[in-house]
Design a protein around this ligand. Structure first.
Ligand code: IPD
Length: 264
């Protein structure tokens, strides 16, 4: 059973409340008013509405905290140390295509550190939570990353760069190398849930280039609190700064990185 702090209760309550409306919107996905934000970056009315709701709920509980949001950008709070990092619908493309694999991602950052994270799919009612030093949970069941050590057996999640963004050739080369030596790859289209799957030991690893902080902030804490290892794919920098992430168990992190990057 997950022991939740009052802060985590606030986060879960906000996600579950927002999830009810989002579930209704998903049922009417064809009627949603959709606009295009960039080459492959859709934003829906539901996205904006959900974010506004989450901001209002979280602000009510912690009025001084700032925000880094997918839709609304950076909002400075009176408290310089705390900020929420929110993606109201991670997996927007799935949402717009009626695929019930998307999630709300809510993280709380204190200084440089992520201290709490919630990833919630309101359609399947899958709730993933983590607090710094308190473990990671899926609907109250404690999570642990996989123990697989041999590349032969591992299943690896990934994400492809959208059209109009760089790195397509590099990504395909990475996939080719990974497919050749592992049990397979998956591309489900929701980075926060991909990271939750690593935390749950469903995937043995996950990598992606060009992610935004709101796609991965909560998921990073899920993986580390489940005993996993998260790093930038190529450098010692934080993936929150570079957008290039590798998440896996400690045993695989060297061998998987080598395969992805094609280094000896
Ligand atoms: C996207 C998803 C997807 C990943 C993209 C992200 P969005 O987030 O996480 O899995 O491959 O890079 O942008 O746009 O649906 O919030």
């Amino acid at each position: 059973m997950a022991l939740r702090s009052p802060l985590m209760n606030v986060m879960v309550t906000a996600a579950e409340k927002a999830g009810k409306a989002l579930k209704r919107d998903f049922g009417e996905v064809e009627h949603l008013q959709v606009s295009r934000k960039g080459p492959s970056d859709f934003v829906s009315a539901a996205d904006v509405k959900t974010e506004k709701f989450l901001v209002a709920e979280l602000s009510k509980a912690r009025p001084t905290f700032g925000f880094v949001n997918e839709e609304g950008g950076i909002v400075q709070g009176a408290d310089p140390d705390h900020r929420w990092i929110i993606d109201p619908i991670d997996g927007t493309t799935n949402f717009l295509h009626g695929i019930p694999h998307f999630a709300m991602s809510i993280a709380l950052q204190r200084g440089p550190e992520i201290i709490a994270g919630v990833v919630y799919n309101p359609i399947t009612d899958d709730l993933f939570t983590a607090e710094k030093g308190m473990g990671a949970f899926h609907n109250n069941r404690r999570l642990r990353v996989s123990a697989r050590r041999t590349l032969d057996d591992v299943l690896v999640g990934t994400g492809s760069p959208y059209k109009g963004r760089p790195g397509h050739k590099e990504f395909l080369e990475q996939c080719e190398r990974v497919i050749a030596v592992t049990a397979g790859i998956r591309r489900f289209g929701t980075a926060s849930l991909d990271l939750a799957f690593v935390a749950a030991g469903r995937y043995d690893g996950f990598w992606e280039m060009g992610l935004q902080p709101w796609d991965m902030a909560a998921g990073i804490l899920l993986v580390t609190e489940a005993g996993g290892f998260v790093s930038d794919l190529m450098t010692p920098a934080s993936p929150l700064d570079t957008g290039n992430i590798l998440a896996t168990n400690a045993e695989l992190q060297v061998s998987l990185r080598k395969v992805i990057l094609g280094t000896p």
